[in-house]
Design a protein around this ligand. Structure first.
Ligand SMILES: [Zn+2]
Length: 59
């Protein structure tokens, strides 16, 4: 066994990856503060897929 599998790096908190096309370039359509978090709608710049994200309000 000389298998040295090249594992992909663990996902860090570097933002989204589009599930449809795999690109990471999103732009924010809108941002809406909620009670305890921020709701963002983002749109893939490549294919136009939209995703919703929640971001905790830190600090
Ligand atoms: Zn995409």
């Amino acid at each position: 066994m000389n298998g040295t599998l090249a594992l992909p790096p663990p996902p860090r908190n570097v933002g989204l990856v589009c599930r449809a096309c795999g690109c990471r370039h999103f732009h924010t359509v809108y941002t809406r503060p909620r009670d305890g978090y921020i709701l963002r709608r983002k749109e893939c710049r490549n294919c136009g897929r939209r995703v919703m994200t929640r971001e905790q309000i830190g600090c």
